[in-house]
Design a protein around this ligand. Structure first.
Ligand SMILES: Cc1cc2nc3c(=O)[nH]c(=O)nc-3n(C[C@H](O)[C@H](O)[C@H](O)COP(=O)(O)OP(=O)(O)OC[C@H]3O[C@@H](n4cnc5c(N)ncnc54)[C@H](O)[C@@H]3O)c2cc1C
Length: 344
């Protein structure tokens, strides 16, 4: 019988990916894991998100409890995503009277659901329940190599930890990734796509007046310079229509914050040439609208995702715009792959 100590995995970052890795390793008892997060798992609170059927299957393989958490938080799956063309030359010729206002639909030929929308904060609250809370409130400051080859983590509160392997899921501007790359390497930081996603929700009574029953569908309206995603969701406060309106910005984002708030008026103006229904939805948003700066790493991808025993995953490894909800779905693939490799 081997007496050697099993490999311990240290996870940095309690966002939607780090937490799922930790829960996935709970299901693989021969791989002990410890999760250090600087906050709780709540990430970008309040916004909605959607997962593909592939991502849901990956969650099941990581740990079926993740899917149970998703079921508690999520809304019914969507068998189709409807798209509309918002170019005025096109939509003004549309004649779908009495039909769903879409131009084509994305369906999964295997009969699986295409996307499952849910309120992000409810899902992460359910995930939080699956892991001990005492592993949070630790901000990683640095990773050093000791003379004996061991790596040591130092946290903001002065504590240190010796590690076997680190999996850093520490966000778009991953401090871990920056520790290992030269400042001049363009892959060290994510790049602004100059897309801004304006997000909020409106009450169901208002939505029915504007869209009628068609609002029950997940619709992506694509037009000049942007797209507007609408999806119904329910939470303990009632039923709402979630809206994500993506616009192009002429200016590069130079500030450090990843999210900000602006007046609705600019957004209303931007979509003024779109279909009347879309314009009415935008006009029904609250006066102050939150927006997210959209980054991506496709122009400057990392050449390697591991630096000795330190590996990055989730947004720390690759960021993508939120069209059709790929960001976290890709991160779940990362951690399922790593959990499988660690066991092997
Ligand atoms: C508007 C918007 C909508 C989106 N919608 C979707 C969608 O519908 N579907 C989808 O799949 N994806 C979507 N995404 C992408 C998705 O949000 C990300 O891919 C996902 O949150 C990445 O998870 P993560 O755990 O890697 O990073 P995060 O969720 O950002 O979490 C990182 C965690 O690391 C912690 N951390 C950072 N630095 C340190 C440190 N030094 N020490 C300790 N902890 C640290 C942070 O506090 C945070 O909790 C969307 C993104 C945006 C902006």
């Amino acid at each position: 019988m081997s007496t050697s100590k099993p490999l311990e995995v240290t996870i940095i970052g309690g966002g939607v990916i780090g937490v799922q890795m930790a829960i996935g390793l709970l299901n693989r008892p021969n791989i002990p894991a410890i999760l250090y997060g600087q906050g709780t798992a709540r990430g970008r609170q309040g916004s909605g998100m959607a997962f593909t059927s592939n991502a849901m299957e990956n969650m099941r393989q990581l740990n079926p409890d993740i899917l149970k958490a998703l079921d508690k938080a999520a809304n019914p799956p969507r068998a189709a995503v409807y798209m509309t063309n918002q170019h005025p030359d096109f939509f003004q010729r549309r004649t779908h009277e009495g039909e769903l206002p879409y131009d084509f639909a994305i369906r999964n030929k295997a009969g699986c659901d295409v996307l499952r929308p849910l309120p992000r904060d409810q899902f992460t609250a359910e995930l939080d329940k699956l892991i001990p809370a005492d592993k949070f409130s630790m901000r990683l400051e640095k990773i050093e190599a000791r003379e004996d080859g061991k790596r040591v983590l130092t946290f903001q509160n002065g504590t240190t930890a010796e590690i076997d392997a680190v999996l850093a899921c520490d966000r778009i501007r991953s401090p871990t990734r920056r520790m290992f790359l030269d400042k001049t390497d363009p892959a060290a930081i994510p790049h602004d796509t100059r897309q801004r996603e304006y997000r909020n929700h409106i009450s169901w009574e208002k939505v029915l007046e504007i869209l009628g029953d068609a609002a029950n569908n997940l619709i992506i309206n694509v037009g000049p310079g942007g797209y507007v995603i609408t999806y119904p969701f329910t939470n303990p406060e009632g039923k709402f229509l979630g809206i994500g309106a993506v616009m192009q910005d002429a200016e590069e984002w130079k500030k450090l914050n990843l999210k900000d708030t602006t007046d609705r008026e600019g957004v209303v103006k931007y979509f003024s040439g779109w279909e009347p229904g879309v314009q009415k939805l935008i006009a029904a948003l609250p006066e102050a609208v939150d927006f997210w700066i959209i980054f991506d790493s496709t122009r400057h991808p990392l050449k390697l995702y591991a630096f000795g025993p330190v590996c990055v995953a989730g947004d720390a490894a690759h960021v993508s715009p939120p069209f059709l909800g790929v960001g976290a779905c890709l991160g779940i693939e990362d951690v399922l792959t790593l959990a499988t490799v660690f066991v092997e």
